[in-house]
Design a protein around this ligand. Structure first.
Ligand code: GCW
Length: 666
């Protein structure tokens, strides 16, 4: 059985005889021109891949002169290429397959692209592939704690075994690095943004260095999340005020200490003055003061500071939607060039559907990175199948209209709109020490999709799904069609039974069970009713001028899409309007009827997902088939639970029967 460990790097034997013959013509040798460490990783990967794909051991050689019949790496010098440093080209030349790039890293990415091509059994006649990343920092954020737990992790314990490091280096770190490099991911933040100061101690820095040694071979830089008050709690200083000279000196020394152990250290990720974490505001300073102090410490090095914009106040009368914009837009232009501000895709918090964050487009002088959540905190943990590429794409394709139409979030993020050079896409990792890395086998596709989109946000959700299925599950076309159909609809199905028509946050605590009735929390804004605003009149959060006016944070063209309840597309309706229960919607149904229809058809569509999965059964590994089939049963049970909880709760306000044709919950 397939235990899922190999992810999309299974290199299943090529079965098409014509294609196999084509590939075999280029297996006389692997030509690796220099001893570079990353090149070595590339040739090793190629050797492993070819062995599994073609059953042939291909030798790696440094001296291949003008030999032909092999696969050759070529480092391009300066003028002969217009590629970006990490970009690559693959073509047939001089009787060889030539993978070329300006950098070793680009060759590694090209090698993985070639192997992907071969895994898909594509012809290499007229082979010519060229690709460059659109975004410079393509990064995973791990919310992993020093004790091995993972905040919002559903695939077991942390991959990082801090207690064994630095002496024992788990071989799994290398497989992790391979999987990421195969997608073009070039950075990883090892620890939780709710950071422990411990990571700034020498004891931990050497542990981190041991992990970084593995990552480096695959072109991945290692980053750390930092606890802003570390100068005080770890350094014993009386303050962590970013304008205090002693504090600034402490960080400079700390960064120098890190670079002594990790010469290619990537930088810091910071969650400050957010959900109780310390930050510059504790001393009356701004986010820019805090970020710039850290940036100064990185000045002698290549590293950067990634400062998160996930902030909001514990104020029951404020609209959390508006908080990040209010705190950050006034700081535009005030950040050091080494700082990237990292913004969650939506204004609230990784909900199954959110409008794009209004920060995008409104800070033209500040590099803004986007943060997606791969781990399924609000998407059913590891028991619901939700393919996330459509969520990422929906944000990236949203038009901010800041420079007229076509000013998409993707163009803000990739720097093409405002012209900044440091660009970033981050994904909160869904990996853990489960044998198959992600718990739910289909959740591997979300890691894959994030990585592929961080390289090229123009890829379509469908293309990425097809690729992943072919590499990971089956190359049978019919079976693949059933599985990709399931994947591509899965997000809408989830939204329908979970938070339809623009509802949000019906859960508290662990973020799994439906609790739309929850009206007390440890903070006044941490209640479900704060977000959905159900009452005897209707449902939804009025964010127009008659309500919080959060809509005013968008350009007029965007406001126009969402400010009239009669014209607002249904997916966003309750995000922006408080709608009467009996209001007729564009579907011809009243709000109440539409909600019920979504809850019921959504929950029933899980049965359709089960059918699609079963139709692929014959072409799937039995172990993978059974694992997903069983998880889909859980998903079905939980979808009914969500449906019933919502319907019964909302019914206490709507005071109407469940529409004809649907069995009322008991
Ligand atoms: O979604 C929320 C999570 C927190 C998380 C926070 C954040 C790491 O519930 O667990 O903390 O967002 O993004 O900082």
């Amino acid at each position: 059985g397939d235990d899922g460990y190999q992810l999309w790097l299974k290199y299943e034997a090529v079965t098409n005889p014509t294609i196999k013959a084509e590939y075999l013509k280029y297996t006389a040798f692997i030509g690796q021109p220099t001893e570079g460490k990353i090149l070595q990783s590339a040739s090793q990967e190629l050797q492993t891949g070819l062995k599994k794909l073609l059953g042939k051991t291909v030798n790696i050689t440094n001296s291949f002169g003008s030999r032909s019949g092999g696969i050759v790496f070529k480092i391009e010098t300066g003028a002969d290429s217009a590629q970006k440093p990490e970009g690559y080209q693959i073509k047939l030349s001089g009787g060889n397959i030539v993978v070329s790039s300006k950098t070793e890293q680009g060759i590694l990415y090209g090698t993985f692209a070639l192997l992907r091509h071969m895994q898909m059994q594509e012809t290499i006649k007229g082979l010519s592939i060229a690709s460059s990343p659109k975004v410079r920092y393509r990064m995973l954020n791990h919310w992993d704690n020093p004790d091995g737990t993972i905040e919002r992790g559903y695939a077991g314990q942390s991959l990082w075994k801090w207690y064994e490091l630095p002496e024992r280096v788990d071989p799994r770190y290398e497989d992790y690095a391979r999987a990421n490099a195969s997608l073009g991911i070039n950075g990883t933040v090892l620890n939780n943004v709710n950071a422990s100061a411990r990571f700034m101690s020498q004891e931990y820095i050497v542990k981190v260095a041991a992990v970084a040694n593995v990552m480096r071979k695959y072109g991945i830089k290692t980053y750390l999340s930092v606890y802003f008050a570390a100068p005080k709690t770890l350094g014993g200083l009386p303050t962590s005020d970013p304008l205090d000279p002693q504090v600034r000196a402490w960080w400079k020394e700390k960064v120098a200490q890190i670079y002594k152990e990790i010469p290619d250290f990537g930088g810091f990720l910071v969650k400050a003055n957010s959900e109780g974490e310390p930050g510059p505001q504790d001393y009356g300073r701004t986010h820019a003061d805090g970020a710039n102090m850290l940036a100064e410490a990185f000045r002698p090095y290549d590293g950067i500071v990634v400062w998160r914009a996930f902030v909001y106040k514990a104020d029951p009368n404020a609209d959390r939607f508006k908080a990040a914009y209010e705190e950050f837009v006034p700081l535009d232009g005030k950040f050091d060039p080494k700082v990237i501000v990292q913004v969650k895709n939506g204004p609230i918090d990784f909900q199954p559907r959110e409008p794009f964050s209004p920060l995008f487009g409104n800070m033209p002088k500040t590099p803004l990175g986007v943060e997606f959540q791969i781990t399924q905190e609000y998407l059913g943990f590891a028991t619901h199948a939700v393919y996330e590429a459509p969520i990422f794409k929906e944000c990236l394709d949203s038009d901010t209209f800041v420079n007229g139409s076509g000013s998409t979030v993707a163009k803000v993020v990739d720097g093409s709109l405002h012209g900044y050079a440091r660009t970033l896409m981050a994904g909160v990792a869904n990996t853990g020490n489960s044998r198959n890395w992600t718990g739910h086998p289909l959740a591997q596709a979300n890691w894959y999709a994030f990585g592929r989109l961080s390289w090229d946000h123009q890829l379509s959700s469908a293309q990425i799904a097809q690729e992943w299925v072919a590499l990971t599950l089956t190359r049978n076309q019919k079976a693949g069609e059933h599985i990709t159909a399931l994947m591509l609809r899965s997000r809408e199905i989830y939204v329908d039974y979970n938070t339809p028509i623009g509802l949000s946050r019906p859960w508290m605590g662990v973020h799994f069970a439906p609790e739309p009735w929850q009206n007390k929390g440890s903070r006044p804004d941490w209640t479900a009713v704060y977000y959905h605003r159900a009452d005897s009149i209707g449902l939804g959060f009025d964010r127009t001028a008659s309500g919080s006016n959060a809509l005013a944070q968008y350009r007029p063209e965007v406001q126009q899409q969402w400010n009239n309840p009669d014209k607002t597309p249904l997916p966003y309706l309750l995000w922006f309007h408080h709608v009467r229960w009996d209001q007729k919607l564009s579907t011809g149904r009243s709000l109440w009827e539409e909600l019920c229809t979504r809850f019921y058809t959504g929950a029933d569509s899980v049965v359709w997902m089960q059918q699609q999965w079963d139709l692929a059964k014959e072409n799937l590994d039995t172990q993978v088939y059974a694992d997903v089939a069983e998880r889909l049963k859980v998903q079905r049970r939980e979808a009914l639970w969500w449906r019933d909880a919502w319907v019964l709760y909302l019914q206490t306000f709507a005071r109407q029967p469940v529409p004809a044709g649907f069995n009322p919950p008991k």
